[in-house]
Design a protein around this ligand. Sequence first.
Ligand SMILES: Cc1cc2nc3c(=O)[nH]c(=O)nc-3n(C[C@H](O)[C@H](O)[C@H](O)COP(=O)(O)OP(=O)(O)OC[C@H]3O[C@@H](n4cnc5c(N)ncnc54)[C@H](O)[C@@H]3O)c2cc1C
Ligand code: SF4
Length: 335
Amino acid sequence: MKKRIIVIGGGVAGMQTALRLAEQGAAVLLVEKESELGGKLRHWHVLFPSFTPASEVLTELRRRINASDIEVLTGAEAVALAPKSVTLRDGRELACDSVVLCSGFTLFDASIKEEYGYGIYDNVFTSVDLERMFREGRVAKADGTRPRRIAFLHCVGSRDEKVCQQHCSKVCCITGVKQAMEIKRLFPEADVFNFYMDIRMFGPGYEEMYREAQQRYNIHFVRGRISEASPTIDGRVQIKAEDTLTGRPLRMSVDMLILLVGMRSNDDLAALAASAGLDRAPSGFMKPRDLFLDNVRSNVGGIFYAGAVSAPKSIGETLNEGIAAADAAARYAGL
Ligand SMILES: Cc1cc2nc3c(=O)[nH]c(=O)nc-3n(C[C@H](O)[C@H](O)[C@H](O)COP(=O)(O)OP(=O)(O)OC[C@H]3O[C@@H](n4cnc5c(N)ncnc54)[C@H](O)[C@@H]3O)c2cc1C
Ligand code: SF4
């Protein structure tokens, strides 16, 4: 009898975990609540740091899954789990030998930060909206015209006690740099400003991208947080900020304001964690048993984690964690 391992969530983490488990001879069931595999990757255009099309990575992962004997169950939401079973919303209880939880993250809802006018003013967008515009080849102001001045605002829904999100989402600084460069490639004549609190370039090639953004693309990085956005009579967005390096208040009208929204813990996690007695970190993400020696194990034997379910991560980090979690789950199941 093959060992059966259930992977919950069919994003990058879940697909990679399932592939590695299948390689090791497990009977893998990949459970995804949406109608297709891919998670957030389905919504991105090109990926930092290499500008690789997201569709290329997604297509290759899906091809590998299709070529394997992994059983995929889409439109199936896990609502409870234990080391030897997973319960779906339709009431089915699926037996297994171990579980890897790869249910990812939820995007911060920018309308909660009312002062930025998302969902109220026409030309305020999120980084996720901008990815969609890039994918559709339609980057424009709400009235369809070319933007001439664009501002990005970092840390929206991250490092913000007022919205109970104190953690750094890690990938939004580099996303802001990447998106600003994409904008300049489309509109070389446009002025682009990034308003940041701190710039966090944690990965290989990121610092170089940040330099290139300034030196080659002439993107302006301003240290300061926008306190307020308001509409102008000609449909632009007026922003108020303080340049904290010079100590000067700043007021500027832009054609588009892009809010770099953070990664927060998945909405489903509280219920899933409670069903199995799993520990969560103060940020709401799942808490690994040990941050150094047992990073993909939970506090409950037989339940493992991979990807953004336990913290904000890049795709490269998520792919690596998928391998580590699969190996740990396979060993636990006796493979
Ligand atoms: C704006 C933005 C741009 C980004 N761009 C890049 C980039 O260019 N390069 C890069 O390296 N990283 C990028 N990232 C980070 C990247 O999106 C993450 O690393 C990656 O999505 C993490 O994958 P995951 O599988 O852990 O989570 P997710 O992508 O969130 O996938 C989780 C999956 O689990 C499913 N699921 C959730 N709950 C359940 C349940 N109860 N039952 C069944 N299924 C469930 C979901 O439907 C989803 O399919 C970006 C992030 C953001 C916010
Ligand atoms: S990565 Fe940058 S933009 Fe994102 S929360 Fe951290 S400091 Fe803010």
